[in-house]
Ligand binder design. Sequence first.
Ligand code: NAP
Length: 281
Amino acid sequence: MQKYLVIGDPIGHSRSPGMQNAAFRACGLGEPYGIRRITPEELPEFFEFARKNLCGVNLTVPHKIHAAELADELTPRAAQCGSVNTLIIKDNVILGDSTDGVGLERALTYNFKTSLAGKKILFCGAGGAARATAVHLAQCGTTEVSFINRTLSKAEELAALCQKIVPELICRCTTPDNENSARELLANADFLIQATSLGLKPEDPPPLPLEWFSANMKLKIFDTIYHQTPLQKYAGTMNIACAGGKEMLIQQGAESFTCWTGIPAPLDAMRDGFDHGSPGK
Ligand code: NAP
């Protein structure tokens, strides 16, 4: 009987079953993790099913905000960002948690072998992924968390949220159309977090003009997209340190696994499950 599920709409592409079942197997706990397409309309009914039948759930697009409203209780980190990607279910109580922020923090330190203390972070994008992670990075000893986003109001809203939580943080916002200020933010940043959906489709333009990136930049690029995008390829040719989104998915899933089981996540098994695991049923 499957006691854990990943849900979303669409969901067929998810690597979570391969990755999570690899973790459960490595700990001698079988393969209890499945996958189910749940539409936004079905989410409230799914919560009642989960309450009675499941121990844990991962949620992806488009459920993370609605799930924060439906959960019985929220962890402080989920309440701060208003986003839920993990349900922990015990004694008929559904606790909503958000492991995306810590997942990104650990992916950055794993990929670039450096701490975030004193660093300047620049997000390109201000959608759900940026929202779920920026608030966490703001609390990692960083000195600046800024945003370049097509829709300025969304960037400003997110910057205000970060600054409310960490008043001394520097938070600046601009749009890609505003070339001077966007390039100034790029030149100043230690990390660029590519958190737009541009790059998911082969015909997408790069999130920022590639000619804005040069070999002598101190910037390290983390692209939340798993597969190689034109931005990642270009960074490689320019010798700019760059990583794709795989480790973020692994680390957020590892944190969910530990929240459910109390066991430290077997990260190498999860990385192998990400690469070679088969989708769940
Ligand atoms: P979302 O809420 O739909 O936000 C999309 C973002 O992309 C917004 O900032 C949006 O700007 C921007 N955007 C979309 N189309 C654009 C265009 N044509 N031109 C300029 N900007 C555009 O999506 P999300 O959930 O945040 O996901 C964003 C990315 O994060 C996706 O690529 C997803 O694969 C990735 N992700 C990765 C992980 C991981 O574990 N690695 C986890 C979650 C998400 P506006 O605000 O102007 O609309």
